[in-house]
Design a protein around this ligand. Sequence first.
Ligand code: OGA
Ligand code: MN
Length: 194
Amino acid sequence: MYQEKLIFSLIERGWYSCDSFLDPLLCNVLLEELLSLPLKAAKIGKGSSEQIIPDIRNDSLYWLDEKSGSKAQKVYLEEMHNLMMILNRELFLGLRQFEGHFAKYDKNGFYKKHVDQFKENNERIVSVISYLNTPASGGELRIYSRENPEIIEEDISPKAGRLVCFLSNQIYHEVRPANCERYSIAGWLRTNIQ
Ligand code: OGA
Ligand code: MN
C-alpha cells in the first residue's frame, strides 16, 4: 500500500483504492473460510431499529471476532490495525477499534446508494472494503462525488486482493449487481469502544 497516496486521496476526494492489498494466499484462505461460515441476512440500521430490507440490500454476513476467528482472520484484523495506526499518525483521526464482517452478495445482489455512518451514532469514521474474488462482470462499488453526491465519480470493480477505503460519513456509494457471487470483507475503523 502506498501510504502517501492513501493519505493524499483521502484528504483530496474522500476515498482511496489500491490493488494487491491482500496477499493472494491470505485472500484464498479468507474466501475458503467465508464459504464454510453460517452467513446471515444483512440488516439496515442499528439497535432496536435494525431490519432486514431486501429492497435496499440483500447481502449476507458473518461478523469477524478476534477471539474466535481463525489465524487468517487474525492476520486480516492485524492489517486493519496497521491501517488504523497509519491513519491516526497522519490524519489524527483518533481511531480506536475495527469492526467488520465477511459479506456475500448472490448473483444480481446489490446494496442501494447509502452512507455508512448511522444518524444516531458517529463512531464509524473510515470504511474499509477488501475483495476476495473477481466477478467477470458487474458488482462495482459505485462511488459518488463528495462535493456533489448526485454525480458518479468512479465505478470500482471488485477484484481479489483489492482494497477500497473512504470516509464513512461523507461518501455516498452503492454496490451494483454482479453476474455471479461477490465476496468481500467490509469493515469500519471507529473512534469509540462499545
Ligand atoms: C457496505 C458497502 C461496499 C462493497 O457493506 O456498507 O457499502 O463494495 N459495501 O462491498
Ligand atoms: Mn456501505
